[in-house]
Write a protein that binds this ligand. Structure first.
Ligand code: FES
Length: 137
């Protein structure tokens, strides 16, 4: 413990005090090779400290829990993105599309959202597309 105390209270302050730090940025160009070699350990230690802090912060960010998947039923996982396209003329008078991702007939609603809403106190429902004259109040 005594040697650590000596390192912190005497050796390191003496090292810093004797560093050939120039007064201006242009002064770095006047440093000799041995001056540069005396500065290298400090620059290396500072770079390592910055690297460790940045790595720790990045690691913390990566540890954040991910939001839950929307497609937890793993529908069409072989696709990069699930996109459904319909011709409006083919939809008939009324079509209900699932927005809860729980339907066994996805992309159509099969009423599974009701069970989900009860279990999770949620309020998700389908997207209903219907002709104007077929609209219910
Ligand atoms: S089953 Fe998903 S919205 Fe109805």
């Amino acid at each position: 413990m005594e040697s650590l105390k000596l390192l912190i209270t005497v050796t390191f302050p003496n090292y810093l005090r004797n560093l050939p730090i120039p007064d201006t940025l242009a002064g770095f160009g006047d440093l000799t090779g041995s001056d540069v070699l005396r500065i290298v350990p400090l620059v290396g230690a500072l770079a390592a400290a910055v690297y460790l802090v940045v790595s720790a912060m990045k690691g913390k960010k990566d540890d954040q829990p991910k939001p839950p998947k929307v497609n937890f039923n793993c529908l069409d996982k072989d696709k990069d993105k699930i996109v459904d396209s319909f011709d409006v003329e083919d939809l008939g008078n009324k079509t209900c599309f699932c927005r809860c991702w729980r339907s066994k007939k996805f992309p159509y609603c099969d009423g599974s959202h009701n069970k989900h809403n009860e279990a999770c106190c949620d309020n998700v429902g389908p997207l209903i597309i219907q002709k104007k004259e077929e609209k219910t109040s």
